[in-house]
Each structure stands twice: as structure tokens, then as C-alpha cells.
Ligand binder design. Structure first.
Ligand SMILES: [Zn+2]
Length: 247
């Protein structure tokens, strides 16, 4: 009887430990196989919005359907120290100093920028080699993401962008001339969407620029050596309106 008690105590302790570790560990997600975008909502209760949300991103932008908008967009970007992180999903540049955009007088602080290959947003069904996201947050928690679609080509601004990719889990410090990242042509599409990665949270203001940026082929190859497929497929619009700012 005593042996049986000890055994059942051990069993209970084992179950408790298993349950605790199940609670504390965040579920892994990826772009392939059983953890790919179509399964994200099944991986963790917190990822439910990935399937249930009606304002998901990215989307295919039908440019003929866009309504004109007078959205005012102001950039306040300066040279900035960053640390580059290879986080298992992308290469991300985390900002160490403050930079801002103002959208219709609402201020959003730049948190980080990162890349996807191929592009996540498509324009009239066309996908591009890559896409850069500049993720900003307002004091009320709302996010605004500037999206720049990437084509292959020469540009002095992005000639060395992927020269210092750290190993997964490590960091490298660098300085970015962010003021040179501001597109000359400010025309852009805007719509309300979501994060394109779990937990797919909504109420994200997307600003997808009409002007694309150019990254040299060799640089893009350095990125693709780590991430050749880190994009979420386009999502249903569920009747969302898209706007175009022509200035
Ligand atoms: Zn992104």
C-alpha cells in the first residue's frame, strides 16, 4: 500500500510539472508544415484571431477599388543606433533611439523594422521578391506599419543592409541612416488590418507605399540564406475599404 501511495504521489508531481511547463511555454510557429500559417490558430489559444479575425493582413490590394484619401503622413526619422536580431522568423532591426511618424496628427513611435521574402502584400495579384515593415506604436497601443515592397536593383541605401546578420539568438549593433529610408514619393495605400504573424492582433493601420525600394540581388541572397519563405499568404478582405493617398 505504501509503495502504491509513493507511486501515485510521483505520478501527481509528474502531471503537475507537465501541466506547468505546458502553460508557460509559448507555442512555436513557422511558415512550413504543421506550424504553417493555415495551422497558426490551432497552435495556441492566443492565436485564435489568426482564423477568426475579419481584418487580417496581408491582403491583395486591388488598386482600382481604392477610394481617394487625404491622409496626412509626416516622417521624423534620424540616424539611429539599432541592434540586429535574428529571431527565428526574420531579421529585425530594433531601435535604440526614438523616431516617429505622424498620421493625421497621431504620433507613432518606430519600434523596429524587419523583412519578409517573398512579399506579403500583393498588388493586383502580383507578388514581389521581398517586403520591409517599419512597425510603429502609439501611446494608446495602436500599431501603424509602413510597408515597402522590394524589387531587385541597385540602391546606395540598401547596399550593405544584410552584411552583418547575426547567428540565431545573437545580436549585432549597427547604425542606420533611417532618414534615407523615407520614400521620396509619399503616395500610399492604407487600410485597417492585423499583424501578419501570431497572435495576428487587429486594429493595425497599414500604409503600403506605391514606390518600391531596390535591394541588390547579393544582399537579398544573404537574407534568403536564412529566410527564403517567411511570408503569410494574402487574407480575405471581408469587404474592407482600401484608400489611396495621392500626395
Ligand atoms: Zn512583418
Amino acid at each position: 500500500m505504501k509503495t502504491l501511495n509513493t507511486l501515485s504521489n510521483h505520478l501527481i508531481i509528474f502531471i503537475v510539472i507537465t501541466a506547468l511547463s505546458g502553460c508557460t511555454s509559448k507555442h512555436h510557429w513557422s511558415y512550413e508544415g504543421l506550424e504553417s500559417p493555415e495551422h497558426w490558430s490551432e497552435l495556441d489559444r492566443e492565436f485564435k484571431t489568426c482564423r477568426q479575425g475579419h481584418d487580417q493582413s496581408p491582403i491583395d490590394l486591388h488598386t482600382d477599388d481604392a477610394l481617394p484619401s487625404n491622409q496626412e503622413l509626416i516622417f521624423a526619422y534620424l540616424p539611429t543606433h539599432t541592434h540586429i536580431v535574428n529571431n527565428g522568423h526574420t531579421i529585425e532591426f530594433d531601435m535604440e533611439e526614438d523616431n516617429f511618424i505622424a498620421v493625421d496628427n497621431k504620433r507613432f513611435k518606430l519600434k523596429q523594422l524587419h523583412f519578409h521574402a517573398d512579399s506579403e502584400h500583393t498588388i493586383n495579384g502580383t507578388q514581389f521578391p521581398a517586403e520591409m515593415h517599419l512597425v510603429h506604436e502609439a501611446t494608446d497601443g495602436q500599431l501603424a506599419v509602413i510597408s515597402l515592397l522590394i524589387e531587385i536593383g541597385n540602391s546606395p541605401v540598401y547596399d550593405h543592409i544584410f552584411d552583418k546578420i547575426p547567428k540565431p539568438g545573437e545580436q549585432v549593433k549597427t547604425e542606420l541612416h533611417l532618414e534615407k529610408f523615407i520614400p521620396e514619393n509619399k503616395q500610399h495605400y492604407n487600410y485597417i488590418g492585423s499583424l501578419t504573424t501570431p497572435p495576428c492582433s487587429e486594429n493595425v493601420l497599414w500604409l503600403v507605399f506605391q514606390q518600391h525600394l531596390f535591394v541588390p540581388k547579393k544582399q537579398l541572397q544573404k537574407f534568403k540564406a536564412y529566410y527564403s519563405h517567411n511570408y503569410r499568404p494574402t487574407q480575405k478582405t471581408h469587404g474592407r475599404q482600401i484608400y489611396f493617398t495621392d500626395h
